[in-house]
Design a protein around this ligand. Structure first.
Ligand code: NAD
Length: 477
């Protein structure tokens, strides 16, 4: 939660409203110095000149450092943003995996020898940009930070990491672990503060030569505009309103379980949450009844409670936004099939809890079906056939992900190709792995993180020619 006092950001545990920790806000003057230090470290520390296997060694040590502090980091994130402990543990594992993956990727990454059209040898090399600004949201700090920092460092850049003002506690721990692992001083620094002033000043700084951002679409637009003026590349991972689709020929039991975890995992605070459920008319009632029944059984409780499935929302302000979203759905004519309120349980009264909520009876054109709630809110819509489904599912500004449940492989493939989404999950949901590109179509972003592509976005290609000729060469055909 973004409370400030004496130039400090105070992190509040959304499970009980208690203070977890404080960090010093970075002033705009300090930001200037920090970027200068990062630039000097990039130029002079020797990091960008290190051979791939030498950088790889440090990245592996960072992974080891994260693993050694797994319980501490998972508990800290749980208190910082309220995610269940089990999810926080798996996010630390994910971060470890990201550093290990990019350690291996940089060590094995090959460039091209290109076909010559004259008497020379031509090839490409990959160069870093210099100082990269990495700006992250509050929902999964350790995972989002690692997804950006590991490949950006592997590519030879310096990184300034700006975590969300809502969850400021994890980023400094990552920077500390990196330093202990032998990363040269100044190469990874953290700045703390709000987006509209500190974040935008960071993006605007002349030494920042690339921006990697995860967050809301409106913020992404502002960052993209600033980057456009500076002519620097950006990677934007933005919001979503992902369709989760159940055809009549699906394994319905499996589909229902995936639909419920696909939206209510992380209390819906996941960019790829399957927040629009489309069910084929012939099985609509059957699937909806099963989804509602399963949802009513979800265990909502303290993030460190055994077996908890849904914890609090990340802040009290965010719960208020989700409440308003559901109120508007009511006004739009939606029927609330379950949830739509805070839990009655007295033990949860001190926290920012909200019950998993299912809404039906709205058209796909409604604001409820078009806007991202980023909370535990599922809207359900029937569809007639494949054509009707594709039209409705694509009728959104977003294009981050989708899920398709069908036992007809050819149909699933056809629909998957027709949907405008960066990730398509067929008979599975929410698989987002370090090894496979991830990003959005349309207003869900540009650029792809993760996988080898997620390393190359932190590099710029340089073409090198070695002349073997004596006389000037004519323009090649
Ligand atoms: P947000 O856009 O409000 O903030 C994200 C970060 O940007 C924060 O660090 C914030 O301080 C900073 N920021 C805000 N304004 C800025 C500006 N003008 N210039 C520079 N930085 C600025 O998003 P949020 O509320 O923290 O996160 C929720 C959003 O993030 C949702 O829309 C969600 O879908 C999206 N998200 C996307 C992904 C993905 O990978 N596609 C993953 C997680 C979250």
């Amino acid at each position: 939660m973004a409370l400030t006092e004496n130039n400090q950001l105070i992190s509040i545990n959304p499970a009980d409203g208690q203070e977890v920790g404080r960090v010093q806000l970075t002033s705009l003057d300090e930001l200037q110095q920090i970027v200068e230090i990062a630039h000097a470290a990039y130029e002079n520390s020797g990091w960008k000149e290190r051979l791939p296997h030498q950088k790889s060694e440090v990245l592996r040590k960072i992974a080891d450092g994260l693993l050694a502090k797994k319980e501490f980091l998972a508990n800290l994130q749980m208190k910082d943003n309220g995610k269940p402990l089990a999810e926080c543990r798996s996010m630390v594992d994910y971060a470890v995996g990201a550093f290990r993956y990019y350690a291996s990727a940089i060590e094995t990454l090959e460039t091209e020898v290109t076909p010559p059209r004259g008497d020379y040898v031509s090839m490409t090399v990959l160069e870093p940009f210099g100082v990269v600004a990495a700006i992250t949201p509050w929902n999964s700090p350790i995972m989002n930070d690692a997804t950006k920092v590991a490949p950006a460092l592997a590519a030879g850049n310096a990184v300034i990491l700006k975590p969300s003002e809502e969850s400021p506690l994890l980023a400094p721990e990552l920077a500390k672990i990196a330093l202990e692992a032998g990363l040269p001083e100044g190469l990874l620094q953290v700045v703390q503060g709000f987006g509209h002033d500190l974040g935008s000043a960071l993006v605007e700084h002349p030494h920042v030569r690339m921006v990697t951002f995860t967050g809301g679409t409106n913020t992404g637009r502002l960052i993209g505009e600033a980057a456009g003026r500076k002519i620097i590349p950006v990677a934007l991972e933005l919001g979503g309103k992902s369709p989760h689709i159940v055809f009549e020929d699906a394994d319905l039991e499996h589909a229902v379980a995936a639909v419920v975890s696909g939206i209510f995992g992380s209390a819906g605070q996941s960019c790829v949450a399957g927040s629009r459920l489309f069910v084929q008319e012939s099985v609509y009632e059957q699937v909806l009844t099963a989804v509602v029944e399963r949802t009513k059984k979800i265990i909502v409780g303290a993030p460190d409670m055994n077996g908890v499935e849904v914890g609090p929302l990340a802040s009290f302000e965010h719960r208020e936004r989700v409440k308003q979203f559901v109120e508007r759905a009511r006004k739009e004519g939606g029927s609330i099939l379950c949830g739509g309120q805070e839990p009655d349980d007295e033990r949860l009264k001190q926290g920012a809890y909200y019950l998993p909520t299912i809404i039906e009876g709205l058209s796909n054109q409604s604001l409820t079906c078009q806007e991202e709630a980023f909370g535990p809110v599922l809207v359900v819509l029937p569809f007639k056939d494949e054509t009707d489904l594709i039209k409705q599912a694509n009728d959104t500004d977003f294009g981050l992900a989708c899920g398709i449940w069908s036992q007809n492989f050819k149909k699933a493939w056809r629909v998957g190709r027709a949907l405008e989404a960066g990730s398509v999950w067929i008979n599975t949901y929410k698989q987002s792995v370090t090894t496979t590109p991830f990003g959005g179509f349309k207003d869900s972003g540009i650029g792809r993180e993760k996988g080898l592509n997620g390393l190359k976005i932190y590099t710029q290609t340089k073409s090198m020619f070695f002349g073997l000729h004596k006389n000037p060469l004519p323009l090649a055909k």
